[in-house]
Every structure is written in C-alpha cells, then in structure tokens.
Design a protein around this ligand. Sequence first.
Ligand SMILES: *Cc1c(COP(=O)(O)O)cnc(C)c1O
Length: 465
Amino acid sequence: MKNRHFSRREFIKRHSLTGLGVALTPSLLTQAAPAPAPVGPFSHSVAEPLALLGGKPVRAKEWPTWPIWKPETDEKQLLEVIRSGVWSRANVVTEFETKWAATVGSKRCLSVVNGTNALVASLAQFNIRGGDEVLVPAYTFIGTVAPVLATGAMPVFVDIDPETFQIDPAKIEAKITPRTRAIIPVHILGLPVDMKKVLAIAKKHNLVVIEDACQAHMAEIDHQKVGTFGDAGCFSFQNSKNMAIGEGGAIVSNNDAFMDRCFSYHNYGNPYGTVSGVIGIGTLIQGTKLRLTEYQAAIGLALLKRLDAETATRNENAAYLKAKIEKIPGIVPYKLYADVTRAAFHLFPFRFHQNEFKGLSREVFIKALTAEGVPCLKGYAPLNKMPYLEDTFQSKNYQKMYPKEMLDFKGYLDRNQCPQNDRICNEEAVWLTQNMLLGTRQDMDDIARAIEKVYTQADKLRAQK
Ligand SMILES: *Cc1c(COP(=O)(O)O)cnc(C)c1O
C-alpha cells in the first residue's frame, strides 16, 4: 500500500514518464530532476479513453445508497408505534430527545419539524427580532438565512476561509454594528468552524451564538460535539442529512429557561417548565406548532444506532481519499482546523484549479468525473446576492422596521460582498456526497483514479462545453 501515497511531484513524474502527455509546468521543471520511477499504480487505467468521450468508465458499480434502512433491525419500534395509534408527540419523541441530548452531550434537546424551524425557534426565543442584525457565513444553505428573515432580522454576510470553507473569524468583527445581536456559525459540509475564535468574538461583543449544525452530526472540536459550544445548537434530520428521518430537526442547549421557552413555542405557546402561569389561563407566549411525530422519532432512534459507526467510516475514508488526491495538481481538498477531532463529512469538498487542468472548466471537469462513475457537484451559489433578499426588503414589515438606507438593495450588495465565497461558489468548489464515503477503500481508489484520469487527459476535453 505504501507506494500509493506518492507525492504530488512523483505523481506528475510518473505520469510524464509513462508517456501520458502530461505537460510539466515551468515551476515544476525547476524542481529536483525526476529520477526514473516505477510505473505508477494507476498509470495503465488512466490512459484509457475518457468515458465522456466514449471510453469505458473507471467505475460502473453503484455507490452506497442513502438513507440506509434495515428491516430486520430497524422496524420493530416503528411498527409498534404505527399499530398503537399514538402518532402525535408522546413517549417515543421524548425518548429520541433524551438520546439525542446524550449523543451530543447537551443537557436538553427539543425535536422540531425541521432544521430551518429549529433555527427560527432559537432566534425567536433569544428575542432576535426586527431591527436586529444577525451574522451568517456566505457559504451555506438557504436554510440558515431564511430563519433570520423569518424573525424580521437582517442577515449580514461574513466571508469564508477558502481553505476550510467555513466562516473566517478574521472577517467577523468588521461586520459588527450596534444592531448586531447574534451570530450563526454554520459547520458547513459537516466540517467544524473555528469555534474558539468565534466564541471569543461573540463574548467580547455580547452576541448570542446559535450553531447551525444541520450538516455536522457527531462532528467534534477537542472531543466535544459541535452544537454544544454556543448558546444553542440546531440540527436537521432531513432525508439527505447524515441522520435522516425524512424531515425533522432538533435544538440542543444547556439553558433551561431558553429550552422551556422553545418547548412552549413549538406547542402553541402552551405552558411548559418555567413558562408557567396560573392554571387554566391558557396560552402563555406567542407560539406555533413544530412537533415531531412518534413514527418519525422511531425512525430516528433506529438510525441513531448506526450514526457513530457511519461517522467513523466517513472520517477514515475521507482521510484516506484526501491523502491520495491532494497529490494531484489542481486538486486542493478541505483543511480542518487543528482542534478538530472528528468531522461529519456531510460532503467531501475540494477546490478545483482550472489552470492545472489545461484550462478545463469546472463544469466539464464535473461532467467528465461523473461520466467516469464518480458523481460530483459544484455546490452552493452565493446566497448574499439572490433575489429573495430584495423581495424581503420590499415587504411592508421590513419597510416599517428598517431605515431606507438599510433596504437599498445596491447598498446592501456592496456592504455584503464576499469575494472568497464568490470564487469558491463560482469557480472552485467540487463536492462528493456523504454516501460515497460509506464505501470501501477500493471505492476511494476509484475516485482518485477517476480524478487522475481526467487530470492526465484534460487537454482532450478542452473542446467540450
Ligand atoms: C439542511 C440545512 C438546514 C435546514 O434544515 P431542514 O431540516 O432542511 O429544514 C439549515 N442549515 C443547513 C446548513 C442545512 O444544511
């Protein structure tokens, strides 16, 4: 196995020496002269015709499917629930909440209908409202930002660290104004945020910290699970997520008064815990209804049993794959911060540098890789410039809550520029999905081999659209 971990320079060397038509870049030519090397382990197969041009794909096998459901072990409790007729929130939901709190190491957990509403409830119960500003990273899913707008607050976008794809702590303080009330660090792609720095800034400026851990189940910083660093942590159990129920979400926190308010809010504002009043007085606070069902909780309990082992597999495969593909010129995999002890790898991201691929566009690279049997995605578009913001700013509520200058869309776009995020979104990011990381070492070898094949023959794809 050892010879598979050859260096980036050796990679180029091997492919150039075996006559695959790799042009050395001038900077590489000035490096140490290549000694004759044995033929690389992939040299033969990467010279085969590209699948996009009619050749045989590197891989024809299916990838592991998602979600995973095993009738033998997963259905007992679910069937009991269905046959009981108790489908609305009761003991099974409570059991799921207790187990999720224990899993992440939080005092309390409240399940809700989805991750988006976990964030809405959290913002509302920390009293984030119209006129407030909330800091969010530019690189995230719309499910982070929609809740900010739902509470009437103003999202303020912070640029990212392109090496980690996470919010750049060095860019946060410049975005803080007298209106800033909260920050939502998003452990995007399932890779942890630099939380120590974020927490220090939040403390200094007295900001509420609501972690969006919707992609980061079981990820850890210094052996502590993400979602437990801030004032609250929010999770999603949507079908694609590493903990999949179909739809579902959770709020975790050690703050009893906050969690009691969240519980009350998710149940029409009815009394709960410290949200109590005179018996018989009825609804106490402004609420809505966000309750999970018993059968959703039964599905969650079944999948929770495998989550730790699956997370371990994703981490092992990601580390193995990263070590292999970072040797390929123009492929720059994610970096983790030094204190990260485990990631979730909802996605496996790398940056694609077109100049190392003979000017090949990212779109064609993705098509070529997909044709080789390795499906991949370009990921998010910049959320800080989309029409939903302007639509919200034109609403009657926003016009009443904010001065005109704050709602001028051009001015907003100027203040919210995030050039690093633009580059990642528009040019560089490529994702592999988490289900692929549940495969074998050979599956990871297939991914590396497919990328190497496209790299060595990039010149043949230049005419492609
Ligand atoms: C999925 C997701 C959400 C929203 O969760 P839903 O359960 O789909 O509502 C929010 N933030 C991020 C980063 C997500 O990936």
